[in-house]
Design a protein around this ligand. Sequence first.
Ligand code: NOJ
Length: 747
Amino acid sequence: MKPMISLFVTVMLISNIQAQVPIYKDPKQTADSRLKDLLNRMTIEEKAGQLNQLNGGFFTGPALNDPGQKAKMQMVRDGKVGSFLNVIGAKETRAIQEIAVKESRLGIPILFALDVIHGYKTIFPIPLAEACSWDLSIMEKSAGIAAKEASSAGIHWTFAPMCDISNDPRWGRVMEGAGEDPWLGAQIAAARVKGFQGSLNDAEHILSCVKHFAVYGAVEGGKEYNNVDVSRVALWNKYMPPYEAAVKAGAATVMNSFNVFEGVPASGNKYLVTDILKKKWGFGGIVVSDWGSFGEMIAHGYAADEKDAALKAILAGSDMDMEAQVTIKNLAQLVKEGKVSMQAVDDAVSRVLKMKFKLGLFDDPYRFSDEAREKATLFTAANRAEALEAAKRSIVLLKNEKNTLPIAFNGKKVALIGSFADSKDDLLDFWIAQGEAKNTVTLREGLQNRFGNAASISFAPGYGLDGVANEAMIKEAVAMAETADVLLVNVGLSGKMAGEDRALAFPEIPAPQVALLQALKKTGKPIVALVSSGRPLILTAIQPLADAIVQCWILGTETGNAVADVLSGAYNPSGKTVMTFPYAIGQIPVYYNAFNTGRPIPEGTDPGWKSRYRDIPNKPLYPFGYGLSYTSFTYGGLSLDKNTAGKNETIQVSVTVTNSGSVAGEEIVQLYIRDVAASIVRPVKELKNFQKITLKPGESRTVKFILLPKDLSFSDAAGTPVLEPGLFKIMVGGNSRDVLEKELTIK
Ligand code: NOJ
């Protein structure tokens, strides 16, 4: 080639390359080649950036205009931020995305994350309450609506569902979970993951996050951020099923928990993160730390300094560093020193980039941040209608003597008593994303909405919002009660006492409220206690004072309307507890799936020298799976299609349930097993299935369950399922206490 021509060809080639879209930006290329191309172009600093998640303002927004956030925006320009949490709204997320895409060297879009726990703008019942509906389709739907709302506001990723099993109502975070049962928790975890994520490609669903991995629900004394010490047998049988079910349902991300497992903080725990999650379960998504948890390994006494913390986190298999910034500061150096391989870095970074590709952010980084869509999507009438449905189904009727409920409101004088019943600020909890108190229907408003014309509804606060006893308030309430036909008394705790950093040593009805009920009891009027709380409270003190007790939890936007519908019977309550209600604080932890011990107290025998307290009964106030209806259900004819079966056989269990009352109702029919003698002691009862059925008055139905070999198995200490021959008890009932029983032998 002549020199002139060769120069010409070279210039043409270069300009051609410049005009070409890089492979990673070309939607026509395969996801895999796009990812490889991008990785090849990244510096180690940019790779560390993808593993860095920063706080964008903690619910305050707008992050961009906050002078405190300027330095963070510079980090975005420098490619040092892969994700933000707590940047909210289509406008804000778009503005930051523009900086990332237009002003950083490679233009990698940001992932925006937020705790969308039970709704974004339309607030659904807290997860613990919604779990009491035992209605998986409602839970999937409410997660879907939360995702739809959040995605329209620029959010790609929620830190939910919380899959921690807990037996401790002192722990404020039980509000975020699905209660105490591993099997039910697993079904619910999977339903919520499906609801949040859908197919993940329509920009109307978001990444879910299984948290807190692992065993965070076992914090000692129910104290937040506290120590955990559980065996591997407990890990596998009691705590793992919900995490595993969520991962198997396709959860895109998993969050490290704050606690240690076997003395090693979860963020640095290779057994949990690599051996179980990534290898045994084949998890291909992102493992994100909890807030600062990489750095907290120093305080735990596991890492010597920030560099050591970053090293231990990445070697364990944890990928993204939320807020600790130990990874962004130290990863390049750790690689230079040969302590971390580029392969390990690339694996972590690929997991983050894969999600960005999956969400379509490289093709349209703004597809979630659309102000018009945001406006049209948030807080619609349709979303509120679903929130009302979920709220009604979350309510649990705990007591109903003399058929105090339902109330025929027509022409009645109703006294509504209790400060919370009229306080929008106390209705919602801490995890409400963009939910607003002003949008939330109080009990007072709900009753007024539904019966304002037909009944006379008067209101007295009865106690101060500060929980302080006040003689004058009690007097005023009693005077009002004297002239009323029925008293509705809202007791419990402010919604603000539910959630993170809300551990309580005394999860009970505050003394001033008990005093109020005692004074009201003297009027002789029927009393309905409406209990607001984000956890099971100790209700023993108010049990004899109230004719009816309605567990209202924290129900979200539609609180007042839902409670009014249940009180009137417009909706016949069908919820059942998913956490045991203890008799006394000293009984905690108390749960249905306990071990028998070597010294149980058989029914009707002398309790001496047996496992017991001297000052309280062994039984809780309300067991797991318990809840009343305005009708009654009777159970009969429990049968198995075989009394002896081989290890691989399925067993059909049938039971006849009859609506023996006078109104239609829904019943949650529960199937339990007990493995009577095994190589590892098994609980006295384990839930293995349920069906929620609707029966007309007088109607009977034969409910059939199929028991599978896996339902009769347990996990050994290595997490391997084992089915051992021998005797099993098969039990069916309307709660975990009152069951019919048959025996089954596995050969
Ligand atoms: C700490 C909490 O433990 C976790 O559940 C939450 O998702 C993060 N903070 C982010 O807000």
